[in-house]
Ligand binder design. Structure first.
Ligand code: FES
Length: 578
């Protein structure tokens, strides 16, 4: 253990580092320092190899060059310079031998390498190297760089990456980015790193420069632009939309753009393309998180790809749905939306799950013209989706992708309402209704949401044991049991938030973590909103069944944990020995 005076610290007795040998010294704050005795002279460096954290005391020194034993990166032992590209320099420390004692000056440990590590993150994103990304993110977070700034660096990459190599499907990258950020905030330490890294990894890949978009020459007005965007959207002309959006932004009409994107995304011809309104809502959140200046390139490009998507010729049911929705919409024009919370929810749910498109859409028309508050209707749709997740048969194909789309699309209508207004959210409800109709192949038995659930309590001694029991079911892929255990846990009065966190933790450490992010985030946010509703527990039951059934039973723990420890200054060997 070191002894300290002023800025110098006694780290060892000279006799502990014989000539030709090295020694690792643990500093108080946990970092490991390497001492080398070369021809009677003592050198001190970080013991952690800047590449991947291997202990440098296990390396070799020849001609003043220290070579790491793992991937053979080599460094100037005295100055720390690295002789390889894509590897940081090694930190070295002044040494003073005072009689029989070795003293070093560890210096100022204040973090000043933010820019360097952002560059490392960019390199990791480009080369799709998970370790490099994990390492850079954990160093940045550990160094106190705000998470928003780290995510901002990822966003810059995502924007370029999507714009240079993706079409509308780039929305799934944005989904992981925004949901990773929102979920990450619910956690600390390695869990937070996993969520952030997962979103970074899924957005990694090549990113080339694009031609600069310039505004349309004057005279152009917002009225003209918004009409053109609507027309191009209807005609599926994404290429022409981007410049219109850019021009409106340039003319100071940025805030009118988001409602316009939402408005176009919920038009009837996008029925059966639920990813369009869903991704538009994630794009809108990107603006909330990062501001227009940082987000504009992505929003204009991807927004144009989404609302300018040209749907294929509709098959029979979709054609009927588009026609029906077009017939109904004018009747809503004069409707007094947002009047009351009171309605026959069970009858509404029964119609939505009746496998009869006409009944389903007419039920939506009725609740809207009756003035049922949109927030209330959205809660019903969210809980219906959760209830279907809690009941879906898992023997063959449980339809998780479809069911989670129902859930996340329904929840996204909250931001559609907030940003786009009541009419946009009202139209969005038809899209959810269609999704439920389109998912009729899953064959989920219909059930009133008011029906009470089993009251049986989980037979465990306490909350921690209850959680363990549920996690065991998830880890052993026991999808038949996990839902019952979750319900029993809630019936016993144990903390639901703690359980969501734990289910999320288990899912995030799995390779399926990136798939789970949007649904996990929805459950986190919707739980409180459903307070007092008899179907509230189904949010958690559905989530638990979902993460259990899609679980791949592998984990990505080592990259993130090792990166966390790396940021703390520990060597790889120490991490593995913990
Ligand atoms: S070269 Fe040292 S850890 Fe890779």
């Amino acid at each position: 253990m070191e002894h300290q005076t002023q800025h110098w610290v006694k780290v060892a007795e000279l006799s502990e580092v014989p000539e030709g040998k090295s020694k690792a010294v643990q500093m108080e704050e946990g970092r490991s320092i390497a001492l080398f005795n070369v021809d009677g002279r003592i050198y001190a460096t970080d013991n952690q190899c800047p590449h991947m954290g291997y202990p440098l005391t296990r390396g070799t020194v020849r001609n003043g060059i220290l070579t790491c034993d793992w991937h053979r990166r080599s460094f100037d032992l005295e100055g720390g310079g690295c002789f390889h590209v894509e590897c940081d320099d090694l930190r070295t420390f002044p040494v003073d031998v005072r009689g029989s004692e070795i003293w070093i000056e560890p210096g100022d440990l204040t973090y000043r390498r933010g820019e360097e590590h952002k560059q490392l993150l960019r390199e990791g994103l480009l080369s799709e190297d998970r370790w490099t990304m994990s390492k850079a993110i954990s160093l940045l977070l550990k160094g106190g760089v705000p998470e928003e700034e780290v995510m901002g660096t990822i966003l810059e990459h995502v924007s370029r990456h999507i714009a240079s190599s993706h079409g509308a499907e780039g929305g799934s990258d944005v989904s992981r980015l925004i949901n990773g950020l929102r979920v990450g905030r619910r956690y600390t330490d390695a869990d937070r790193l996993i969520a952030v890294t997962t979103s970074a990894c899924s957005a990694a890949g090549p990113a080339s420069e694009r031609l600069e978009v310039v505004p349309l020459p004057e005279p152009v007005t917002w009225e003209k632009i918004s009409q053109w965007v609507r027309n191009f959207s209807y005609e599926g002309q994404s290429g022409r939309i981007e410049r219109c959006l850019f021009t409106a932004y340039h003319k100071g009409d940025a805030e009118k753009l988001r409602p316009l994107l939402f408005e176009c995304a919920v038009e009837p011809h996008f029925i059966d393309l639920s990813h369009i309104p869903l991704y538009v809502s994630y794009l809108s959140e990107v603006i909330d998180e990062f501001g227009w200046e940082r987000a504009s390139e992505l929003v204009f490009y991807l927004g144009a790809q989404l609302i300018g998507h040209r749907p294929e010729e509709p098959e029979r049911y979709r054609r009927d749905a588009i026609q029906l929705m077009r017939q109904i919409l004018p009747t809503l024009e004069s409707a007094d939306l947002e009047q009351t919370d009171e309605f026959d929810e069970d009858a509404f749910v029964e119609a939505l799950t009746s496998v009869n498109l006409q009944r389903s859409f007419e039920a939506v028309q009725t609740v809207l013209t009756d003035g049922i508050k949109l927030e209330r209707l959205i809660t019903t749709l969210v809980l219906l989706a959760a209830d279907r997740m809690a009941h879906t048969p898992v023997n063959v194909d449980a339809g998780w992708e479809n069911l989670t789309t129902e859930l996340n699309l329904a929840a996204s209508l909250r931001s559609a309402q907030q940003v786009g207004g009541n009419k946009v959210a009202a139209k969005g409800i038809f899209h959810v209704a269609w999704q439920i109709f389109a998912d009729r192949w899953i064959n989920i038995p219909s059930r009133p949401l008011s029906q009470s659930l089993s009251k049986e309590k989980l037979d465990v001694a306490n909350e921690a044991e209850g959680i363990k029991h549920i996690v065991d079911a998830i880890e052993t892929l026991n999808v038949q049991e996990v839902g019952t255990r979750v319900l029993g846990y809630l019936n016993a009065g144990y903390c639901p938030e703690r359980l969501i966190e734990q289910i999320g933790h288990t899912a995030l450490w799995d390779d399926t973590g990136n798939q789970v992010l949007p649904t996990l985030r929805t459950v986190f946010e919707e739980w409180k909103r459903a307070e007092g509703h008899p179907a509230q527990p189904q949010l958690l039951v559905g989530l638990a069944r979902y993460v259990t059934d899609i679980r791949s039973n592998t984990d990505n723990k080592s990259a993130a944990t090792t990166a966390m420890r790396f940021a703390e200054g520990r060597t790889t060997i120490e991490v593995f020995e913990e």
